[in-house]
Design a protein around this ligand. Sequence first.
Ligand code: GLY
Ligand code: MN
Ligand code: MN
Length: 487
Amino acid sequence: MGVEVDAHDARLRRVVAPGSVVANPRTSCDHGAVDDTTKKKITRSQRPDSDAFKRFITEKWGGHEREPVARAAGAPFAAERRARISGQFPGVRIIAPAGDLAMRSNDTTYRFRPHSDFAYLTGLGVDHEPGAVLVMEPTASGHSAILYLLPPESRDGEGFYSDPRLGEFWIGKRPGLAEFSAIAGIETRPLAELPRGLRLASQPSPAVARALAMMRMVKDAYEVDQVRAAVAATIAGFERVVGEFPRAIEHKRGERVIEATFDGHAREEGNAVGYETIAASGPHATTLHWISNDGQVRDGDLLLLDAGVEVESLYTADITRTLPVGGTFSDVQRRVYDVVLEAADAAFAVAGPGSTLREIHLAAMGVIERRLTEWGIVPTNDDPDAALYRRWMVHSTSHHLGLDVHDCDKARRTAYLDGKLEPGMVFTIEPGLYFKEDDLAVPEELRGIGIRIEDDVLVTTDGVENLSRALPRGADDVERWMAALRR
Ligand code: GLY
Ligand code: MN
Ligand code: MN
């Protein structure tokens, strides 16, 4: 199936100022655009051009009515967030674009996901809405929000069947301006009315982006509910994966069986995965972001699964379990596993309101350093900052979690690492140990073992809640859980 006509092309020329250069063609509005030099449209198009055809295809359609829409559950919370960011930037225009369709190749685009700040300030999730721009204009009393959108093509015109971006024939029914206004509770206007000066420079200023990242560190009640939903869906996905272990062992690329099982589950139960699934069996588990997932899954291996369902509001979980494929840990696997678990428990023990991510990390690293030193694999060094044990755990222990898996990355480093944790913050605890297959600094029995245990944690008024606690963590509990799922 290909794109034949480009009613959108004319609109594109209206939206982008004449003579302007689109800085990043991957995010430009050129879906279906025709290259006048190559005349590609003429080469490919085979649709009849007769007046009779054009008349016939636009008439005799029933059901023109638009579906009634409900206010999004997140909309009141988004309004509250807009009020808060408004208070921080009096007299300053605030712009939050959703971003646009990204080209995969030629006229084929990736599935759209809006920018997280846009979702945060509008309450819109799933694939709403390519090209949209939220503008908060300063007023005497704060800001007034306007959502600029590309309206769907009317059923009466050619674009209905010829516009691959906005025509119902191609993309199905989409909400129009009135519907989006009802869903988000924000005034809407056609994108063509976006003031000319904002068309290409419509990125949030660094100051606004930072302020939003700081705000997003503390989740409101709606956000906490959404993360809980994402965690629950993710735990169900892990259970499905364990059920597929026998098939994964049989398959030449068993890691793909794992990935496909989890990713399919994420599409069935949520919007998508919140990041590329890491399904790493055996020594692949020592590669921190192993997403090729093209290896075999062997009985006797450990399978490190780091995966998260992103729910339709776009909040994601981020959970890792390291599972013995055959159902039981070997002695050496269990020895390493228990150290990682002890590190995670040490991190949990210091986590709570008033603690910092740096302290949590140091608590986990204290265990790792102590145990690896006891094992005699950490060379002695006079420099107290050498931290040679970090050869086997090079990543950090925690990151914020929410609309993005690595949430709030634009926050000030001091606030992120050394800011005191507050109720409503959500972050991960995820220590690991990774002994590569060719690591000559460790005994042979350790080589090829990679283990991470990752939980999603909510700060409460008097401590923390492990949101992912329903997924077993201890080695014995993991074995029992797997045995029960295999029955
Ligand atoms: N899944 C990536 C991470 O754990 O940070
Ligand atoms: Mn993580
Ligand atoms: Mn993870």
